[in-house]
Design a protein around this ligand. Structure first.
Ligand SMILES: C[S@@+](CC[C@H](N)C(=O)[O-])C[C@H]1O[C@@H](n2cnc3c(N)ncnc32)[C@H](O)[C@@H]1O
Length: 223
């Protein structure tokens, strides 16, 4: 499915969020507390926007590894990375079994990818494993707002508007999957608890009226 939507993924992101997703990514990278010279990982990188934001923050001297299991997403990501301020290596890898050693990275991020993990805890454990003690794991995700008026708008948007946009884009299945994947993803409090269970000390912020959750976990010395 991700191979299929790769060609119009960036446009759809900008249409569906009115361009706000760039600001959310910048916020995610702020929370990752990365510094020049750091080596960092972006998991389920898609077309690489979060990886490119990381590349700007680890320059000079740092490097980004960005992985995804969709080859078509990676083709788009590589095309966007020419001239990035730090080296970005895009690799095909499954988040369920990351091909990296323990503690290799200063931080690991995932943007709008965790809700697609077939096993969320396994994905979070893998991200925690490859980060050094004291390093950070950041999860940027859509979440379900609980209070009106945003909760009402959100239901209309995801249940009515997004599937129509998907039909217009020629892939109704992919864009009815999106609202369903958001609905079954744990709420912010539960996600924090699940990350804690993986060896992280966690805090989170909600933004965009409660539609976007940014969780940051710091890896405990004994994760
Ligand atoms: C909604 S896109 C998000 C892309 C990007 N991170 C962003 O911020 O726009 C979800 C991505 O997760 C990837 N993905 C889902 N499950 C994965 C897994 N187990 N291993 C690697 N990539 C995965 C998909 O291929 C897709 O590119």
């Amino acid at each position: 499915m991700f191979d299929r939507i790769a060609g119009f993924y960036d446009v759809m992101n900008s249409v569906m969020t009115a361009g706000l997703h760039h600001g959310w990514r910048r916020r995610a990278v702020d929370l990752a507390r990365v510094a020049p010279g750091d080596r960092v990982l972006d998991v389920a990188t898609g077309t690489g926007d979060l990886a490119l934001e990381l590349a700007a923050r680890v320059a000079p001297g740092g490097a980004v590894v960005a992985s995804d299991f969709s080859q078509e997403m990676l083709v788009r990501a590589r095309a966007k990375a020419a001239g990035a301020p730090s080296p970005v290596t895009f690799e095909c890898a499954n988040a369920m079994q990351l091909p990296y050693g323990d503690g290799e990275f200063a931080a690991a991020t995932v943007g709008f990818g965790a809700r697609n993990f077939s096993d969320l805890d396994r994905g979070l454990r893998e991200m925690t494993r490859v980060v050094r003690p004291g390093g950070t794991v950041v999860v940027l995700e859509i979440t379900t707002p609980t209070r009106p008026p945003l909760s009402t708008f959100y239901r209309l948007w995801f249940d009515r508007v997004v599937p129509v946009i998907g039909r217009l884009a020629g892939d109704p299945e992919a864009y009815s999957y999106l609202p369903n994947s958001v609905k079954r993803f744990p709420g912010p409090h539960e996600l924090a608890a699940r990350m804690h269970g993986c060896g992280l000390d966690v805090r989170y912020v909600l933004t965009a009226g409660g539609i976007i959750a940014l969780h940051v976990g710091t890896k405990r010395a004994r994760a």
